[in-house]
Every structure is written in C-alpha cells, then in structure tokens.
Design a binder for this molecule. Sequence first.
Ligand code: ADP
Length: 431
Amino acid sequence: MNQRALFWMPVLMRLGLVAVVMLAASFLWSGVIGLLFGFLLVLILALIQLNYLYRLSLWLENPEQVKLADGFGAWTDVFARLYRLRREDEKNRHELAEWLSRFRKAMSLLPDGVVIMDDVLFLEWCNPVAEQHLGLALERDKGMRVTNLIRSPDFIDYIILARYEQPLTLTLGERKLIVHLIPFENRRQILVTHDVTDAERLEQTRRDFIANASHELRTPLTVINGFLEIATGDDFIDPEVRRQHLQLMLEQGKRMQHLVEDMLSLTRLESIDYPVRAEAIDMHVMMEELKRDGDALSAGRHQIKLLVEDVELAGSNDELHSAFSNLVSNAVRYTPVDGKIDVIWRDSEAGPQFIVRDNGIGIRPEHIVRLTERFYRVDKGRSRASQGTGLGLAIVKHVLMRHNATLKIESEPGKGSAFIAQFPKVITLKA
Ligand code: ADP
C-alpha cells in the first residue's frame, strides 16, 4: 500500500463509521433529536482534532520541554513522524556541533594563523594563532572590518586589491609574517598567516656569520699574499727581513687555522646530528691539564691557582675541555702581567660549578650580554693581537647548552671578571 492509501484508509473508515452512526440515530430518533445527536458527534470529533492541533502547536513552540501525546487516528502517524524528524534533526545538530568543535580544535593546533572573512572583509572567525599574529581577539573583533583592525598600509593594499596570486611579507612590530589571501566559497576569503620571524633571524645570523668569517679570513690572507708578492718579486730581500716576513706569514696562517677550527667546532656543536658522547670526567686530571695549558700561555706572567672539590661530572670530555680551556685562555689574555687567576671546580646549592676568576681588565655591563655572540669582541685589536677569533665564548655557550648548563658572567671594569659555568644537580645531556 502506498503512503496516500495508508493515510486515507483509516480516515475514510472513521468517517464512514460516523456516517453510519448518524444514519442509525436518525432512524432511531427521527427529526430534531437525530439531528442533535449527529451534531454532538461531529462537535466531539472536531474538539478532539482541535485538542491535538493545540498540543502540536505547544510542542512546536517548545519541543525541548513539552511532550507530544501519542495521538489518535491519523495523528498517531503524524506525531510519530514528527518525533522521528526531530530525533534525526537533533542527531544531525549534535554531529554538526561535534564536527565544528573538532574543526576548531584542529585549526587551533595549526602552526599557522587562519582568518575567515566575508566578501566585505568582516571578520567571521579566526584561530588563536591568528589572534597572536595579527593582534586580534575573536570575541571582541568578530563582525568588524579586518582592515580597521590591522592598520598596516601594506596589509590594507594587499587585502583591498585582493592579490590572491602572491603572498605578502608583513612586519607587525617585532613579528615578520607571510600573509596569503585565498578566495573561498565565492563570498568568503581566508587569510593564512605564517610567522617567519625566527627563520628570518636565523637567516640574518647566518648572513652575519658568513660576512664576519670572510672578513676575518681576508685580513690574514691579504698579509700572506702581500709577503708572497714581495718574495716572488725581483728585489733583493735581506735574509733577516725575509725571516721576519716568514714569521709573520706563519702567525697569520696559524690565525686562519684557529679561525677555521673554531668555525668547524661551532658548526659541529650546533648540529643535531652530533649527539654528546657522555662519559665520567676525572675533574682532577682535567683541572691539572687546564693549569698546565694556562701556564704555558701565560709564560709565567700570571699566577694561576687551582681549587678542586670532589664533585663528579659526566659529559663530553673533549667538548668540556675545549670550553673550560677557552675560559682559562681568555683570563690569561685579558689579565695584565702579574695578575691572579683562580680556576675552581666546586659544588653549590644549584649544582656543580666551574669558575674562572681573574683580576684583569674587566668588562663594561653593556658588553656582557653580547659576549657569547659570534665574533663579538669588546676590543677587536686586543683580541686579534692575542690570537683571539671572537668565537671562544660562543663555543663555551654551545657546549654548556648541550650539557644543560648555563654561563654566568660577573665583571667590573678595571677589577676583573668571573665566568661561571653552572651545571644542574642531575646532568641530563642534550642530544
Ligand atoms: P676572543 O677570541 O676575542 O677572546 P671570545 O668569544 O673568547 O673571543 O671573547 C669575546 C670577548 O669577550 C673578547 O674579545 C673580550 O673582549 C671579552 N672577554 C672574554 N673573556 C674576558 C675576560 N676574562 N676579561 C675581559 N674580557 C673578556
């Protein structure tokens, strides 16, 4: 049976029954009584229908609170279907809400910012990363024009001219962003923002490093080339002068060698493919070696004293030796003759400490924060004159970082400096 027949059959049967009852009543009580009985019957039936209609309207107004009756006759079917539709609707809405919350969660996990705008650039939605990147607050700014919220002229041009084909590099305060506009659903636009501040900074550091390294290498190369030109020329050179030239060339060659070695060390230390090879370090042996090297460099011009406590250290012997010996060599190089240098290995509340303290030239506070930058020197001439490459403290910083340790510098100009490598109580090594 089709839908129509299913609905009309019981309705027609009931109407037929009413007609039969009315016919029987008019036979039994002819005249006015029969008519009244028929009228009463129709009225009762109409009232029943009206009651169901009333209940239906109540339910439609507040489907959450009001319960729909089981119904009678054709209403039974209508109510059952309405119930089913409502259940399906509820299920769909629930699924949609779940999907939306999953979508928002996924969007909030994206490393990039996403902004959805309508065709007239009103903000509809954005994820938390976009809030950070562009200084937006969804709750506050929803429904406002994006060009009124981000007032950079470059950004406004880009958005208004809708240059979909190419991204925009946008600087907002300290942040550098790549911004990309994507049309979507005809009437909407998506703005994707990608933070390149760190990448840009890294690129700048790399450029500076190459520029500095080239500059550092050029000076000794120029000196060597100059002497070589003289040596290969036709002029007679006094053997003593020639010996001096060779000596200077040797020094410049050594300087280049130091520089290249330090550059290679730094590159290796920065490489994640080069994990720390941890071993138990005999600090008594290490400290003796440091003193011996320091004394050799000082050539009796300084008094180097050791203080070694029985504190264990685990890490890379080679790396730590190179870091500690850089600190000792700096103390010798930046402390005038007859100066005093203490090299200390001891325990502290925060964990083991390696300290090199001198009473040398000291460092002004404004330089201290920059000392571990590559090629940063307070006095270039003095550093170069003492075979400095400007990379020593950068190496120290990296070695300590790989051992979860930190470098603290205390210094007073004219009075001296202390370089403190603070190790954690429990040393966990970085890969
Ligand atoms: P360099 O090869 O020039 O010594 P470093 O990275 O080891 O490079 O040190 C950076 C700068 O820090 C040095 O040029 C010097 O100006 C300063 N410095 C380092 N150690 C000391 C120290 N013990 N006393 C004074 N200045 C220091």
